[in-house]
Design a protein around this ligand. Structure first.
Ligand SMILES: C[S@@+](CC[C@H](N)C(=O)[O-])C[C@H]1O[C@@H](n2cnc3c(N)ncnc32)[C@H](O)[C@@H]1O
Length: 259
């Protein structure tokens, strides 16, 4: 082998070693990136260069959160009009990421802040979409650490970087969206786990979604929540085929769009 070859392979080896060593550890935050509504860096080997690594490493769903941010960049770049919404907020693990990605847009947050509604659970169990055992094993009805729904809501508000943009709608969705019937939306996250609120969510938001906007639905490919696929399928019989793309995030989300 020539000296040239040796040098080439030597430098390749060194690069690989360095990449391995720094994997996920290089954190670079360009100054002013939030002000310009660019929430991420251009992607080149993102696991190495992500400026959000410190945020993600505790959260365990890199694909979901990063997709939310990249969608925000796309919506910003293409000037897609509309507000932002999240139906199914819980403790706000996703809300603060959405709110940070859209510092200039009104953000509606819908949740009972006290768990599932009995009516939705009844439909779920009658149709056998989710087993009673799953609800029990996941401790779904007893997991709040808060004394009241207001306390939980205030906890979420405090997590937001731009709380002045947030409009909290506490109570049963879709009744709580009554004041938004004239609004349009650029991005919506639907994460209410059960068939009934998801079918209601698509029915409410899809007609109000801007062209080029996105609805991200959690749990579409979740093994336990079989009602989500049914909700999407039924919505398509109503609205016609909806362009959509599945994600390999932890809940197996699907992203709907409108062209
Ligand atoms: C899985 S949690 C949401 C998790 C959150 N998106 C996150 O990423 O951390 C589901 C939430 O949906 C809410 N929810 C379910 N059905 C609802 C309904 N019909 N109206 C309002 N909130 C509902 C529950 O209260 C619960 O907080």
């Amino acid at each position: 082998m020539s000296i040239k070859h040796n040098l080439f392979y030597g430098s390749l080896f060194l690069h690989q070693k360095l990449a391995k060593h720094f994997k996920g550890e290089l954190v670079f935050v360009p100054s002013g990136y939030l002000k310009n509504n660019i929430v991420t860096q251009p992607m080149a080997y993102d696991a190495v260069s992500s400026n959000m690594y410190q945020d993600y490493k505790h959260q365990m769903d890199y694909v979901r959160y990063r997709t939310i941010e990249l969608i925000a960049e796309e919506i910003g770049r293409q000037c897609i009009p509309g507000d932002i919404a999240e139906a199914g907020v819980d403790y706000g693990d996703c809300s603060w990421i959405i709110n940070r990605a859209y510092p200039d847009r009104t953000f509606y947050l819908y949740d009972t802040f006290s768990g599932f509604d009995k009516r939705d659970v009844e439909v779920e169990q009658n149709r056998r979409y989710t087993s009673a055992e799953f609800f029990e094993s996941a401790n779904y009805f007893k997991r709040s650490n808060f004394k009241s729904s207001d306390e939980q809501m205030e906890y979420v508000r405090k997590r937001l970087a731009h709380p002045e943009k947030a409009v909290f709608r506490k109570g049963y969705f879709p009744q709580t969206a009554a004041e938004e019937t004239e609004k349009t939306f650029a991005f919506v996250s639907l994460d209410m786990d059960l068939y009934q609120p998801i079918v209601n969510g698509i029915e409410f938001f899809y007609p109000r979604l801007s062209r080029g906007g996105y609805i991200m639905i959690h749990d579409y490919n979740h093994r336990e929540f079989q009602g989500i696929k049914q909700a999407v399928a039924e919505s398509e019989t109503k609205f016609g085929p909806i362009p959509k793309f599945p994600l390999p995030d932890q809940g197996g989300s699907i992203v709907l769009t409108k062209i």
